[in-house]
Write a protein that binds this ligand. Structure first.
Ligand code: HEM
Length: 325
């Protein structure tokens, strides 16, 4: 499946490289470009095409990413109704939900109509896409818990949400770290490139039934007991190391671990590694206005994915203009 989508990745990558090339040395808002890029890959892979009114929908998607994991007083005191809309969060959530639901409904209805008109599948290659498969399962398979259109809309949105920001912010952080650590960039370029089900006691702490447990993956990856010089970007630390990102080594779990491990792990990996390698292969990168890489703002935002707060603007210097992909 991941291989099947490689044609889509290549196509989007080619457009990305050409559009950066066309900027001819002017600053490029890489944050925006890469977010659109990963979203196109996800939409084309899962739903057969990019969605209509994409600009507005992506703004809503960003709002949802922020709202879904922001800090709200009402989470601490859920029975205090007054707190629920203290700073307008509830209104923002309801509005965002309405917009998202309208887009999901449109995707779903289009699939239902195409099916009724006899189309075999809505995938880019004429076969079934994810929504077609879910609709088929809904209609033809006897399930203990039948799925409804609302479930399908929720899955589509999960894919949008899980697949877009996660991959794009990984690329943006990797580019930003490499701008700050030019030796790593040069090296890379020269290489060519839960929820608790039963009461448990862990380490003397009682985890009550149904407690919401959040594993602090950020702290694990920065634990000086597991990592030398953990605050610094030293990708070489993974060379000749048995630790990988598949969820088996608890010092490093960027995709989570266990039964709730990221189901998009392989797709996410493919969506990050190849584009990043191509961006490094085709261009030299500089900060605009002669900014010193050491001064690049690396402030993080709070949200479902940890985005870089300030957009990353870069100047691409085209040094492989005529070479093939
Ligand atoms: C670099 C890219 C990605 C990263 C770093 C990432 C990371 C994660 C993490 C940390 C989780 C939580 C795991 C846990 O709770 O233990 C997760 C869950 C999830 N991810 Fe990803 N992800 C990426 C790409 C994707 C893609 C491409 C998709 C889908 C197309 C996706 C869909 C999901 C979904 C649906 C879940 C929820 C799974 C569940 O709760 O059962 N992710 N991801």
């Amino acid at each position: 499946m991941i291989k099947l989508f490689s044609a889509i990745r290549e196509d989007e990558l080619m457009s990305l490289i050409s559009s950066i090339r066309s900027m001819r040395g002017s600053p490029v808002n890489m944050t925006k470009k890469i977010f659109l890029f990963t979203n196109c890959i996800i939409c084309r892979s899962a739903f057969g095409k990019v969605c209509k009114d994409r600009g507005e929908f992506l703004t809503t998607l960003k709002e949802v990413l922020l709202l879904a994991a922001g800090f709200f007083m009402a989470d601490l005191y859920p029975s205090w109704n007054l707190l629920h809309n203290l700073r307008g969060e509830k209104t923002r959530m309801v509005n965002a939900h309405k917009k998202v639901d309208a887009v999901m409904k449109e995707i779903l209805n289009e699939h239902i109509e195409n099916k009724a008109a006899g189309k075999k599948g809505n995938g880019e290659f004429g076969d079934e896409d994810l929504v077609d498969v879910l609709l088929r399962v809904k209609e033809n398979v006897e399930l203990q818990y039948p799925i409804t259109n609302d479930h399908i809309k929720a899955v589509i949105f999960d894919i949008f949400l899980g697949g877009t920001g996660s991959s794009s912010s990984t690329i943006i952080w990797a580019l930003s770290e490499m701008i700050k650590n030019p030796n790593v960039m040069i090296k890379a370029q020269s290489e060519g490139l839960g929820e608790c089900r039963e009461q448990t006691v862990i380490d003397g702490y009682t985890i009550p039934l149904k407690a919401r447990v959040l594993v602090n993956a950020w702290a694990l990856a920065r634990d000086p007991e597991s990592w030398d010089d953990p605050e610094n970007f030293i990708p070489e630390r993974f060379e000749n190391s048995s630790i990988d990102f598949m969820g088996n080594h608890f010092q490093f779990i960027p995709f989570g671990s266990g039964r709730r491990v990221c189901p998009g792990l392989l797709l996410g990996f493919a969506n990050v590694i190849h584009p990043l390698a191509q961006l490094l292969y085709h261009f030299e990168w500089e900060l605009p206005n002669g900014t010193n890489p050491k001064d690049l703002d690396m402030t993080e935002t709070h949200g479902l994915t940890t985005e870089k707060k300030e957009n990353l603007y870069l100047i691409a210097i085209d040094y492989r203009n005529n070479e093939e992909f």
